[in-house]
Structure formats: C-alpha cells, structure tokens
Ligand binder design. Structure first.
Ligand code: GTP
Ligand code: MG
Ligand code: NA
Length: 342
C-alpha cells in the first residue's frame, strides 16, 4: 500500500559497543560537534539522542552516494541514541536497545570483540534487532593514508600493501570472532547475499572516512526491510524516560504525538507522579538532547523525537521507565499502576 510521506515514522537507531570504541566520537563527527572531549573521563554516562533529518543525511552522503540511490530512501529522518559502553551501565544499554528499531555496533579494529561488544550483541540478538557493524579507528592502522571524498572500498585499495595486509588480518580475526557468536558478517561491499549476513563498514571517527557509507547503509537496510509494510507512526503514544534532570526529564517519543498541556503519569521513586506538561522542548536538529543549549519550543511533537519535558513534580521521576498520557476517558488509577510496574 502507498502511504503518504507525512505518516511515515523515522527509525530509531541505537549506537552500541564496548567502552571507548568510538560511539560518541562517530556521532560528533556526523553532528560536527565536540561532545566527547567534554565528557568526564571521556566516558558516556547517560543515554543521548540526536535527530538527523533525512535531508541532512543526504547532504552528508551526497559526495559518495549517487543521486539515484538516494531517491530510494524513504524515511523522514533518523533518531540516533548514544549509549554508554562502560560495564557499569548495562541497565542503560538494555534500555537503549529496547527503544531501537535498528542499531550500529561499534568495534575498535585494534581490539576486536570485547566484553561489552558481546553483551550488546546479545541484547540485539534477543530482540532480533537488525544492525550494522562499524569497524572503527581504521586510521590507527600503521601507515594509514587518509583518502577524503572517497568510498571506503577505494580508500582501502589505495593503501600500501602493509596496511592492506594488516587490515585484512584484523578483519578476518573479527569475522571469526563474530562466527564464534553465531553470526555471519562481511565487508559491506563484498560479494554474496546481503540478506544472509551483517555488514561491516570500516570507519574512522577522526578522519570521517566510512561514515557516509554507514549512514546510507543503515537507512538503505531499513528501507529494504520495510518495503511492503512501511512503518507509519500510530496514535498510540509511546514515551520512554531516559534521564531525570531535577525539574525536567529527557524522553524519547517512540510513537504517537505529545502536546503541551497533556496530563501525564510517570513512575516516581515515592509513587506515581501525575502532572501536566508545561513545555515540550527539543534541541535543534543534529544537536544532542543531553547537552545544554538553546531549545526549540513546541505546542505538539510527533514521533520520532528526543524531547525535554518540563512539568511540576518531576524531581523524583525514575528513569528507564515509560511515560503515560492520561486522556479524559482513561482510568487514572489503572495508568498509575501501569507506570509503577515498569
Ligand atoms: P563510551 O561512551 O565511554 O563507551 O566510549 P565511546 O565508545 O563513546 O568512545 P569515545 O567516542 O569516547 O572515544 C574513545 C576514544 O577513542 C577517544 O579518545 C576518541 O578520540 C578515540 N577515537 C574514537 N574514534 C576514533 C577513531 O576513529 N580513530 C582514532 N584514532 N581514535 C578514535
Ligand atoms: Mg560515548
Ligand atoms: Na569513551
């Protein structure tokens, strides 16, 4: 069936992997920001969200992806969720993977699969979430020559024999490690049926190489998988609280619409919190929700989006839980119970 562009829902893409694999740095590179260097100890400690309108992704990939290929992508945008890789944040990783439709699993080419890479992999397997592997830090291969404005396939061909050998050796080891986890992976441009394997895209968050391919592949894969039954957004509101920040909360609107003035229920540390949305704020497109900045005010927001909500009484809101909207016909007590079950 043909659905209007208006009703299409953007996918949510979670970026996962071991600590310091380069998840935040990759996002910094795409956003043109420098958030990673400001993190305490260089460690991500909470879930982040950045919305990329499809237009911006097209702009960022047009140098190496043909116009014709772009025309095939049918999504309004992409909401990318950054997750912490440090072992102590497994609850946040699990919540992040619950939220997402697709994922990027970041692997440091110098380290291969590590403990939290495998933990992330198991979360993705459990929920049957499709993903792409970003084989990051290729610039650290000894003697790597940066090739700008070039497809990764050609960039690799242009390296010296030593670099190509080291790349191949590390890649083969990592493919074997994935096999040990029961997964068939291969380079995104290698021959063979792309439906029967997970693609690996070599990237560098420092030089930017491979990032356009990564963005394009994630959208292309999503578009291909949903060719018949296009994902449309529904009226059924689904909201997840990802961070409590004193008087405000950061949420991911997974589906439906939120309005200023909506009566909401969230799980609180001392019982359910019933309150009314005072303001709905979003960062500018391509900006991270968890970073203080100027916000855009909205009367209503349609999914998918990362949102900061201000309302009275949010000081004791729990995180990694659902947020429920109360309509006039709803039974408040029932919703309060549901909110506390999370
Ligand atoms: P956590 O969120 O703490 O799990 O880490 P992360 O996966 O977000 O990694 P992060 O972006 O914090 O990067 C870790 C370190 O690796 C930083 O010092 C980055 O500058 C460096 N780094 C990330 N990507 C690359 C890359 O492609 N090449 C090189 N040379 N260094 C990189
Ligand atoms: Mg990080
Ligand atoms: Na880090």
């Amino acid at each position: 069936k043909d659905v209007s562009e208006e009703s299409l829902r953007s996918p949510i893409c979670c970026i996962m992997g071991h600590v310091d694999a380069g998840k935040t740095k990759l996002l910094d590179r795409i956003r043109g920001t420098n958030l990673q260097e400001g993190e305490a100890g260089g460690i991500t400690q909470q879930i982040g969200a950045t919305y990329f309108p499809a237009e911006n992704i097209r702009e960022r990939t047009k140098e190496i992806i043909s116009h014709v290929d772009h025309a095939k992508l049918k999504v309004p945008g992409l909401l990318v969720i950054d997750t912490p890789g440090h072992e102590s944040f497994s609850k946040l990783r699990s919540h992040g993977s619950d939220l997402c439709d697709i994922a990027i699993l970041v692997v440091d080419i110098m380290h291969g699969l590590e403990r939290q890479t495998i933990e992330s992999l198991n979360l993705l397997k459990m929920r049957n979430t499709d993903f792409i592997v970003a084989l990051n830090k290729v610039d650290r291969l000894y003697g790597w020559k940066t090739c700008r404005h070039t497809q990764m396939k050609e960039a690799i061909e242009q390296q010296s024999k030593d670099v190509r050998n080291e790349f191949r050796m590390r890649l083969d080891q990592i493919i074997t490690q994935f096999k040990e986890q029961g997964l068939n992976t291969d380079l995104y441009y290698s021959k063979g049926n792309i439906r029967e394997r997970y693609s690996i895209v070599p990237t560098s968050a420092i030089t930017g190489e491979g990032i356009p391919e990564l963005l394009w592949l994630i959208l292309a894969q999503w578009t291909r998988k949903n060719k018949v039954e296009k994902p449309t957004y529904s009226d059924q509101v689904q909201v997840e609280v990802v961070e409590g920040l004193g008087t405000t909360i950061d949420v991911v609107l997974v589906n439906g619409v939120l309005h200023g003035g909506d009566r909401i229920v969230v799980c609180g540390k001392q019982g359910p919190i019933v309150t009314t949305i005072r303001s709905l704020l979003t960062p500018h497109p391509m900006k991270e929700l968890r970073v203080e900045g100027t916000y855009l005010h909205h009367k209503e927001i349609k999914a998918v989006q990362g949102i900061k909500i201000t309302a009275q009484g949010l000081e004791h809101a729990s995180t990694a839980t659902g947020l429920y909207v109360v309509r006039p016909q709803d039974d408040l007590e029932e919703i309060e119970e549901k909110a506390m079950e999370d």
